[in-house]
Structure formats: structure tokens, C-alpha cells
Design a protein around this ligand. Structure first.
Ligand code: ADP
Length: 451
């Protein structure tokens, strides 16, 4: 095991990684921007290094500053968390060049899977079903339009380099296609610095179901069950649960086996997530791989008892996978709600401010991952996730009752500060959600917005 690692992230995930390290006897270096000087991880970590001003580009995305902090403190490895540099193959390469272990898959695997069009082609070769669409990017509007006409509308134009729910446009008819294609390319260039796009069939009423895998790069791998993340606003997840409800055992197994087959095929190592869409007839198709720990990873931890960050660290240290498939047992149901500092009544606009009250829920089978504390200043610089509230129960009805209880307990306030809690409670109250029969259209239905 490593003696010391650097945590190249902030917020709740930095704290999550620091906790895993302490449990494993690994010393930690937190890096922080000027805006995060008073953050919980700075106090929790063994050492802390300021790496720059608040802007992400100059701090948490600043590879040179991070590598320099690792060199100065003698860290052997870098845990990138999620977001920021976590899926940046160039950063993984820079770490390797500087004698640092990047805790994630090999750079060439990240590069291949990080390009969503390449990932589609690779997974098609591994025998995974895909939504109908192109197997490479489409460089002219005319060619893209041909593909769209062939697939049939609605289609979705997606950036190859996209992520975080950005850079996707749903196109409902041939007339809308040309302008949607151009718009998506412009966004792709502006946001991701890469204007390549591809086209696939847009599946209405689909569910987002993903599979957690863990592999060691020596050819060993396991899957750790499914998570349903269909409760999304603008393609961003708000509520997640595992295992995915209302699917047959056969479908759940087939999803898990497909994901693991795909992972082993590309020589994946570390923790990864294979995302699929599932239609009403339980047909599934692959959409993308996330080469990092996910926000919603604790859902899987609660239904399997496996600490995914511990396993990431062991695999990165070169230890062969400690789990076999037969060791992985899915038990009960876990639900996660993302408490964001946003105003659901004003289009989910961020509402930064100081927390005058902050008392997260506790109690039976309840886990809260948060970097918040009373007096914490939520700044305007980073994403608005403040806390992840998780509950576990032997069955889904009790899990939902526990979640309602937990959200009821959550006491958070501050001048101008709003949270997504009221909206999360509306989701929990929804009849379709309660029955476990819902799709990615749920939030639009609740908000009365067009899908
Ligand atoms: P990102 O990498 O930005 O998260 P994804 O490819 O994972 O993008 O898609 C995010 C979400 O967008 C999905 O969970 C789903 O709700 C929606 N989506 C993506 N592709 C399709 C599709 N072909 N049909 C229907 N919905 C889709």
C-alpha cells in the first residue's frame, strides 16, 4: 500500500478519499484553492498545500501545480476524485512521467473510453447492444443528417468529448436537424475544446441504469450490481438507487455481465461505471463508460458492503483484486439524494452563501457524505453539491420511508441559501417513483417542462 497520497479534488469527495486513506493507514496531502482554505478536508488531511486561486483552471485543473505539490510533499499517488482532472488522460500521463501513480485506469484506456464515439465502437466489438447510430463522429451536417434520417427521429446529437450532461441536443424532426447539429458543435468546441459529434437514436421513456465494475488490470474483474439514475434534470442526476427497481433478475444479470465483458475487453483497471439505457421492454443499450469513482458510488457500497475507495487504492498499488464474483452479494436497497445549494423555484439557480445552520440527518442506516458545517461559506466557484444523503433498508418501501425521514431531519439554512430538499421530497412523493416505475422523463413531468 502507498505511504502517502495526494487528493486532487475538493468538497465531499476529497473528504471521502481522506477517510479511506486514514482507515488504510495512508497519509494524505490535501490540495486546495484560496476559496477552500477553510474546508473540512484541509483540517482532516495530514498535510495541505494551497495550489492557486479559486478558478478551477488555476487550481483543481492545474496539473503542474498539483504535480509540484506531490513532489514537494513526497506523495506517491494521486487520487483525482470525480470531475476536474479525473478523466483527463493527459493528466494521468503527466503523473506517470513524474513518477506518480494516477489512481484510475491506464491513460490509453481513459483516452479510448473518454471519447464517447470510440467507446461506442469498442463496446459494439465487445458484443454490447448500442442505441442505433453512428460508430464514428460525423464531420459534415449532410452526412450527420443522412445518419439521422436513416435512424429515424427523435435522435440525439452528442459531443464525443462530452460529459456532465452537457453538449447533447435532442432533435425531434428532420427540419430541426441542421441547426441542432451546428449548435451542438459550437457548444462542444466552446465547452470541451473539441467539436466532434455523433448521432444516436433518442430513446423516450428510457431508464438510466448503470453497472459498477472493479478490475485490477491483470484480467480479474467483478461487477457490483446496478444503480438506477433516471431521476435527472437536464441530464444531471438528482436521486439514485440500487439495485435498479422493477427489472427482472435476468435483465439485471445481463446488464452486469455486459458491463464486465466490456471492461475486461479493454483492459480496464480500477473502479468504473458502465451506463446503459433500458426501455419499457427491458431492452438495454450501452451509452458510455465513466472512468472514475462516481458521485453515487455509496449506493453500491451500501448494498454490497464493499468500500470502493479502499479497493481503488489496493488496485492502484498493484494488489490483485481481493474480491471474486462469488464474494459480491447484493443485499437490500439503498437510495441517495443529492442536496444541492440551488433554488428549485428559480430554475435550480445556485444560491451561494454562508450556512448559519447545518445539521445533517443521522439515525439508523443513514449515511451523509458532506463537506458542510455550521458557518461554512458555500462559494460561487464550484458545483453546488453540498451533501449526499443515503439510506439503506432491507426493502424499497422502508428505504423510501427512511429517506423521507432523513430529509425531514436535515436542518440547513443561511441568508439567501436554498437547497434542493423540497424538490427531492416531491420526487419521493411521486406515485410513479414510489412504484419504481419511472424514466428519465420524471423530473420534466414534475416541473411541467418539455422533455
Ligand atoms: P454525459 O457523459 O454528459 O453524462 P451520457 O451519454 O451519460 O452523457 O447521457 C446522460 C443522460 O442523457 C442519460 O442518462 C440520459 O438521460 C440522456 N441520454 C443520453 N443518450 C440518450 C439517448 N440515446 N436516448 C435517451 N436519452 C439519452
Amino acid at each position: 500500500m502507498f505511504e502517502k497520497i495526494l487528493i486532487a479534488n475538493r468538497g465531499e469527495i476529497a473528504l471521502r478519499v481522506a477517510r479511506a486513506c486514514r482507515e488504510l493507514g495512508v497519509r494524505t496531502v490535501a490540495v486546495y484553492s484560496v476559496a477552500d482554505r477553510d474546508s473540512a478536508v484541509v483540517r482532516q488531511a495530514d498535510e495541505a498545500v494551497c495550489i492557486g486561486p479559486p478558478e478551477g483552471r488555476q487550481s483543481y485543473r492545474n496539473a503542474a501545480a498539483i504535480v509540484e505539490a506531490a513532489r514537494r510533499t513526497g506523495a506517491q499517488a494521486v487520487h483525482p476524485g470525480y470531475g476536474f482532472l479525473s478523466e483527463d488522460a493527459d493528466f494521468a500521463e503527466i503523473c506517470a512521467d513524474n513518477g506518480l501513480v494516477f489512481i484510475g485506469p491506464r491513460p490509453e484506456v481513459m483516452q479510448a473510453l473518454g471519447d464517447k464515439a470510440t467507446a461506442r465502437a469498442l463496446m459494439r466489438d465487445a458484443g454490447l447492444p448500442l442505441p442505433a447510430g453512428s460508430l464514428s463522429t460525423l464531420d459534415t451536417a449532410a452526412r450527420a443528417r443522412e445518419v439521422a434520417d436513416e435512424i429515424g427521429y427523435p435522435v440525439i446529437v452528442k459531443c464525443a468529448a462530452g460529459g456532465g450532461g452537457r453538449g447533447m441536443t435532442v432533435v425531434r424532426s428532420a427540419q430541426e436537424f441542421a441547426s441542432a447539429y451546428e449548435r451542438t458543435r459550437i457548444t462542444a468546441q466552446a465547452v470541451f475544446g473539441d467539436d466532434r459529434v455523433y448521432v444516436e437514436r433518442y430513446l423516450t421513456q428510457a431508464r438510466h441504469v448503470e453497472v459498477q465494475v472493479l478490475c485490477d488490470g491483470y484480467g480479474n474483474g467483478v461487477h457490483l450490481g446496478t444503480r438506477d439514475c433516471s431521476v435527472q434534470r437536464r441530464h444531471q442526476k438528482l436521486v439514485e438507487e440500487g439495485p435498479a427497481p422493477s427489472l427482472s433478475a435476468g435483465t439485471l444479470d445481463a446488464l452486469a455481465e455486459s458491463a464486465l465483458r466490456g471492461a475486461l475487453r479493454v483492459g480496464y483497471s480500477g473502479a468504473g461505471t458502465f451506463e446503459f439505457l433500458v426501455d419499457e421492454a427491458e431492452r438495454f443499450s450501452f451509452i458510455e463508460v465513466n472512468c472514475r469513482i462516481q458521485v453515487e458510488h455509496p449506493v453500491t457500497e451500501m448494498i454490497t458492503g464493499v468500500d470502493l475507495v479502499h479497493e481503488q487504492l489496493h488496485v492502484a498499488a498493484g494488489v490483485p483484486l481481493r474480491l471474486r464474483q462469488a464474494d459480491v452479494r447484493i443485499s437490500g436497497v439503498a437510495v441517495e439524494c443529492r442536496v444541492n445549494v440551488e433554488d428549485p423555484d428559480r430554475g435550480f439557480a445556485p444560491t451561494p452563501g454562508r450556512l448559519t445552520r447545518f445539521a445533517p440527518p443521522s439515525g439508523p442506516f443513514t449515511r451523509v457524505d458532506t463537506h458542510g458545517y455550521p458557518g461554512y461559506l458555500v462559494g460561487p466557484y464550484y458545483d453546488s453539491l453540498l451533501a449526499k444523503v443515503l439510506v439503506w433498508a432491507p426493502n424499497r418501501d422502508l428505504a423510501l420511508a427512511r429517506m423521507e425521514r432523513a430529509l425531514h431531519e436535515f436542518d440547513v439554512d443561511g441568508p439567501g441559501v436554498r437547497t434542493t430538499i423540497p424538490f427531492l421530497r416531491r420526487v419521493l412523493d411521486d406515485a410513479g417513483f414510489r412504484k419504481g416505475r419511472y424514466s428519465t422523463g420524471l423530473v420534466d413531468r414534475l416541473l411541467g417542462t418539455a422533455a
